[in-house]
Design a protein around this ligand. Structure first.
Ligand SMILES: C[S@@+](CC[C@H](N)C(=O)[O-])C[C@H]1O[C@@H](n2cnc3c(N)ncnc32)[C@H](O)[C@@H]1O
Length: 353
């Protein structure tokens, strides 16, 4: 076990150091969460009374502050986002060298995990930071942390708003939003991106830069076994070693295109939800199709070379499409991403061809 970092500076340096061991990275994030919990009295809790205090908004669920705090402990997610965001800010500093960077962090949660550890690496004149969440308790917590960590000289503002409808007074250089679960289910990542990406200035950056959800046939038990045998197996090697059939990309979230996709979305028959353009998936005719699962895999490009791939984080875990079971070769399905209070993929069985 490595040395456990105790202050924010050591924590951020450990996280950004690409030679840090997985254990050192976990220790750093544990230490960050412990520091934040002691200051704010908010303790991470994944299940916190199963959805108690979640807010069910028009475009998806805003998870409660305890559950949002828990996200920090999705270690690889936090590390890859922090490294990507650090790289993005440095890139933007070069692009906009004569002005402080206007940064909006939407859905910051109680610990502003994806930015707070980086703040001290920039000088107060370099950035203006807007921290937004739907939960006032999270914003109060962030205020406490900013004061306790000694960031009073930085231009920071907390904003209580729904990121799906918020309009910022002026153009932004960087928007950060991680309001998602695997397969873009439940939380409003799509709608947040569609609303905020158009508020960037030209050459501004939206993080994450790209999300792909694709459908595969794969044997999840076999993949679990492979992962168990070699825990450090990367997702490319896993895809090669496991028997998988790639069917189709079912949704791509590119910030520049999201608002257009939302505008073209059609109301469903109940008029409570609306759907992005559907696609048709046909299951291949393979003899042992019964051994496979229909699965959605999510891949996220945070910024540049910083990616989260299959199994690397909670938000890139596979999602089994139970609606298609039992699988039968040649069957066709209409697949569409449904927006609304509970965003998710829906499947409709089409006639055999
Ligand atoms: C998955 S948590 C992520 C917390 C933190 N950003 C992190 O990455 O560790 C999502 C956060 O976004 C907030 N949120 C979700 N939907 C929102 C919305 N429409 N407007 C504002 N905040 C929202 C939730 O309240 C929650 O704090």
């Amino acid at each position: 076990m490595g040395t456990v970092p105790v202050n924010l500076n050591t924590i951020s340096r450990t996280i950004l150091d690409e030679s840090s061991s997985p254990q050192a990275l976990r220790d750093a994030l544990d230490a960050f969460v412990l520091l934040c919990s002691e200051i704010t009295n908010i303790r991470p809790d994944r299940s916190f009374d199963a959805w108690a205090e979640d807010s069910l908004l028009e475009n998806g669920v805003a998870i409660n502050p305890q559950a949002a705090a828990q996200c920090a402990l999705d270690y690889e997610r936090s590390v890859v986002f922090l490294r990507g965001i650090y790289a993005a800010i440095n890139t933007l500093k070069l692009r906009f060298s004569d002005t402080p960077l206007e940064i909006l962090y939407a859905g910051c949660g109680p610990f502003a995990t994806l930015l707070l550890p980086l703040l001290g690496l920039f000088s107060p004149g370099e950035i203006k930071l807007y921290l937004m969440d739907f939960h006032q308790r999270s914003l109060d917590s962030v205020e406490l942390l900013l004061a306790d960590f000694g960031f009073c000289k930085y231009a920071t503002r907390t904003i209580k708003a729904d990121a799906c409808s918020y309009t910022h007074p002026g153009k932004l250089h960087l928007v950060i939003a991680e309001v998602m679960q695997k397969s873009l289910e439940q939380e409003p990542q799509f709608a947040v991106t569609a609303n905020l990406a158009p508020q960037l200035c030209s050459a501004g950056v939206f993080i994450p830069q790209f999300i792909d959800v694709s459908m595969y046939l794969s044997n999840l038990d076999q993949e679990k076994e492979l992962l168990g045998q070699a825990q450090d197996i990367d997702s490319d090697a896993l895809e090669k070693n496991a028997r998988r059939y790639r069917l189709k990309t079912v949704c791509t979230l590119i910030p520049d295109q999201a608002a257009g996709q939302m505008q073209r979305a059609k109301s469903s028959s109940d008029e409570l939800t609306f759907e992005l353009e559907p696609i048709t998936v046909r299951l291949p005719k393979i003899s042992d199709i019964g051994r496979f699962d229909a699965v959605l895999f999510t891949r996220i490009c945070v910024f540049g070379r910083y990616w989260l791939k299959d199994y690397e984080s909670q938000i890139t875990l596979p999602l089994k499409c139970h609606e298609l079971s039992p699988l039968a070769g040649g069957e066709r399905y209409r697949v569409c991403y449904q927006l609304g209070t509970y965003p998710r993929f829906v499947f409709e069985h089409l006639n055999r061809k």
